[in-house]
Design a protein around this ligand. Structure first.
Ligand code: PPS
Length: 287
C-alpha cells in the first residue's frame, strides 16, 4: 500500500493514508485489548521507537535476538495501521502495542481491559523540531515548508495526528481510568538504567541486573542507530527518503535551541502556559 499523497481524516484529525485507512481507524476504535497487553502511547517523535525497543528487551529478559531480527512494526505494531490486524493473528500473550491516537479514539475499548499503558512525553519544542525533519524525509507526510511555517501549524494542531497539546492533556487527565505510567524522553535520557528499572516495576517483570545492563547498552542512541530493525533503513527511498534525513537523527535533549529564534521561543512558551495551565503535567517546557 503506497497512497503517499492520501490523507484520512477522522474526528477532525488528519492521518497519513500510507499507513491508515477508514477501516484501520475503525479497527483501532473497536480493538480488543487483553489484560496482558502493554500499550505504548505517544504523540509522534516523543520516544516511541526507544520505548518499543526497551519493552521488547524487557519482555525478552534482555535477549537481544528479537530486537535484532524483527522490525519494530511487526513486534510492536501500531494498532491504527492498516497491517496491524494481520500482524496480530495468533499473537495473544504479552503483546506490545503502539499508538499515536488521541484518547477519545481509544478510551472505550481500552477501559474494558486492564492493559498496561505507558505514555511517553517529550518537550514539545524538541518534538516539533524532530517532526519537522521527519516531514522532510517521509514522503507520506506533506512538505513542511520553513521551520517557522511548520511551527505555526504545530501550535494550531493543523498537522497530521492533531494537536500535541490536546493529545497529552487528554491522555494525562484520564490517567486514573487506566493502569497508567507517565514517563518522559528526558527521563530516559537522564538515567536509562533507572528508567528501565522503573518500567520493570510497573510491568511487574523483574530482571536480573545483567539483563538490565544489556538493555541499557543496547538502547543507547548510537547502538539503536545501527539497528536496521528500528532505524527504518528497511523502508525504500520512495517512502522514506534516506538521502533527505535519518530517522535516528540526533537523539538529544534541547535541539530546539538550534532552531527556535528568540521570538519563536517566547511565543511558544506563552502559548504553552496558556494551553497547559489547566493540566497537572509537570513538563519543563524550557528544558
Ligand atoms: S515516531 O516516528 O513517532 O515513531 O518517532 P519516535 O520514535 O517517537 O521519535 C523519534 C525521535 O526519537 C529519537 N530516538 C532516540 N533518542 C535517544 N536515544 C535513543 N535510543 C533514541 N531512539 C530514538 C530519534 O532520534 C528521534 O528524535 P530526533 O530529535 O529527531 O533525533
Amino acid at each position: 500500500m503506497a497512497n503517499l499523497n492520501e490523507t484520512v481524516r477522522s474526528s477532525g484529525i488528519d492521518f497519513p493514508g500510507h499507513l491508515h485507512t477508514r477501516q484501520s481507524l475503525q479497527y483501532a476504535q473497536e480493538f480488543k485489548f487483553c489484560d496482558t497487553d502493554t500499550v505504548i502511547i505517544t504523540y509522534p517523535k516523543s520516544g516511541t521507537t526507544w520505548m518499543q525497543e526497551i519493552l521488547t528487551l524487557i519482555y525478552s529478559d534482555g535477549n537481544t535476538l528479537p530486537a535484532k531480527t524483527i522490525p519494530n512494526w511487526l513486534r510492536t505494531p501500531w494498532i491504527e495501521h492498516y497491517y496491524c490486524e494481520n500482524v496480530l493473528v495468533n499473537k495473544t500473550d504479552h503483546r506490545i502495542l503502539t499508538t499515536h491516537l488521541p484518547y477519545h479514539f481509544l478510551a472505550k475499548p481500552l477501559k474494558q481491559s486492564n492493559a498496561k499503558v505507558i505514555y511517553v512525553a517529550r518537550n514539545p519544542k524538541d518534538v516539533v523540531v524532530s517532526f519537522y525533519y521527519f516531514h522532510k524525509m517521509a514522503n507520506f507526510l506533506p512538505e513542511p515548508g520553513t521551520f517557522g511555517e511548520f511551527l505555526e501549524k504545530f501550535i494550531t494542531g493543523e498537522v497530521n495526528y492533531g494537536s500535541w497539546f490536546e493529545h497529552i492533556k487528554e491522555w494525562e487527565s484520564h490517567r486514573n481510568e487506566f493502569n497508567f505510567l507517565f514517563i518522559t524522553y528526558e527521563e530516559l535520557m537522564k538515567d536509562l538504567r533507572k528508567s528501565v528499572i522503573r518500567l520493570c516495576n510497573f510491568l511487574e517483570h523483574p530482571l536480573l541486573p545483567e539483563a538490565v545492563d544489556t538493555i541499557v547498552r543496547h538502547c543507547t542512541f548510537a547502538n539503536m542507530k545501527e539497528n536496521k530493525m528500528i532505524n527504518y533503513t528497511l523502508i525504500p527511498n520512495e517512502i522514506m527518503n534516506h538521502e533527505r534525513g535519518k530517522f535516528m537523527r540526533k537523539g538529544v535533549v534541547g535541539d530546539w535551541k538550534e532552531h527556535f529564534t528568540q521570538e519563536q521561543k517566547q511565543a511558544f512558551e506563552k502559548i504553552f502556559q496558556e494551553k497547559m495551565n489547566d493540566s497537572n503535567i509537570v513538563l519543563n517546557c524550557a528544558l
